[in-house]
Write a protein that binds this ligand. Structure first.
Ligand code: HEC
Ligand code: HEC
Length: 289
């Protein structure tokens, strides 16, 4: 084989390929490129040595620094806890009602409570606590099932509603589908709808559903549908409906009551955390005292 030709201009050898008089050179890769390439390999080897890398069947190579994202999180959380420590102690040092009286304490509790809420409560109550129609109550209005004083809210968050916590709020609306006739259920539904209609004020008492309501519903929902926080029974004479507005929605609830359920947070959060959540929720609604 003839020795390859040298290009007279660049001094590089040619490959011997030629197209229409244009010859291909064997230009070597530039030094800077080769150095960077070798450097990346070196960095990769150093990284493999220091940081967690290959996974095996029983674990992974931990690396000389023993860094883990879990450890990093724990460290960050510990740092945050240390930073929050004095605030949390301050929140615990006064009765809950007074947390709101101190502007700095209130600001810390509301900011922390908001973050906690978005993480733990928003899946049900919605970001911003607007609730979800037909399922989860809004916490931004001043209409409360179980009570809107800060201590009521604390109690609800701590033990939840209709769960197996022994201090959980509980009460069950009976299923009337078996005890009342279809006609009676329709009558009482018409009556319930009339409770929030001022135009029906004069005629309401004479409605056939009035007696059914008095006998079956008033014990929990109150004689004029004003609701009862003792039983978590919603007000029926206002425009706010948890499970939907109108006759059909009332018939559905009376026939097959929903049992709204909320988990207990007593085991999950310490008291300071619950106080922060209660302060945040209390700051949203009417701020009932
Ligand atoms: C799994 C869903 C779920 C989660 C998570 C949840 N809740 Fe609830 N919550 C409910 C339901 C359902 C009700 C209404 C139950 C009923 O009908 O009485 C409720 C009711 C409440 C009430 C009472 C409202 C009233 O009108 O008296 C408060 C206060 C409350 N939740 C706060 C919270 C906070 C704070 C968190 C987070 C720490 C939270 N909830 C997490 C489902 C949930
Ligand atoms: C033992 C108490 C109790 C009795 C008796 C009772 N309820 Fe209820 N009712 C409740 C509770 C508690 C809720 C809330 C259920 C929930 O949050 O899941 C409720 C919810 C409702 C709702 C839904 C309100 C809304 O905002 O969407 C309607 C409507 C209703 N009841 C109508 C009636 C009628 C009509 C009767 C009589 C036939 C009746 N209830 C009897 C306890 C009772």
């Amino acid at each position: 084989m003839a020795s390859p030709e040298r290009d007279p201009v660049s001094g590089y050898r040619t490959t011997g390929h030629e197209w229409d008089g244009i010859k291909e050179l064997t230009t070597p890769i530039p030094h800077w490129w080769v150095s960077v390439f070798l450097a990346t390999i070196a960095v990769a080897v150093i990284y493999l040595y220091l940081m967690p890398s290959f996974a095996g069947t029983t674990g992974f190579l931990p690396g000389a620094l023993k860094w883990t994202s879990k450890g990093q999180l724990a460290e960050d959380q510990a740092a945050a806890a240390t930073a929050q420590g004095p605030w949390r102690s301050a929140i615990m040092a006064v009765p809950l009602e007074q947390v709101e009286a101190d502007p700095d304490l209130r600001r810390f509790a509301v900011a922390g409570g908001k973050a906690l809420f978005n993480q733990n409560c928003a899946p049900c109550h919605g970001v911003g606590a607007g609730g979800q129609q037909g399922q989860f109550p809004s916490l931004v209005d001043d209409d409360w099932l179980w009570g809107g004083k800060i201590d009521d809210i604390r109690q609800t968050i701590t033990h939840g509603i209709r769960n197996d916590d022994s201090d959980s709020r509980s009460s069950v609306m009976p299923t009337f589908g078996d005890n009342l006739s279809k006609g009676e259920i329709e009558q009482v539904a018409d009556y319930v709808v009339s409770l929030s209609d001022p135009a029906a004020d004069a005629t309401r008492a004479a409605m056939p559903g009035a007696a059914v309501f008095r006998a079956n519903c008033a014990a929990c929902h109150g004689p004029s549908g004003e609701g009862s926080r003792e039983f978590g029974a919603p007000r029926l004479n206002d425009a706010i409906w948890l499970y939907g507005r109108g006759r059909d929605a009332v018939i559905r609830q009376v026939t097959q009551p929903r049992m709204g359920m909320m988990p207990s947070f007593a085991a999950r959060f310490d008291e300071a955390t619950i106080r922060m959540l209660a302060t945040y929720v209390h700051s949203l609604g009417g701020g009932e005292r």
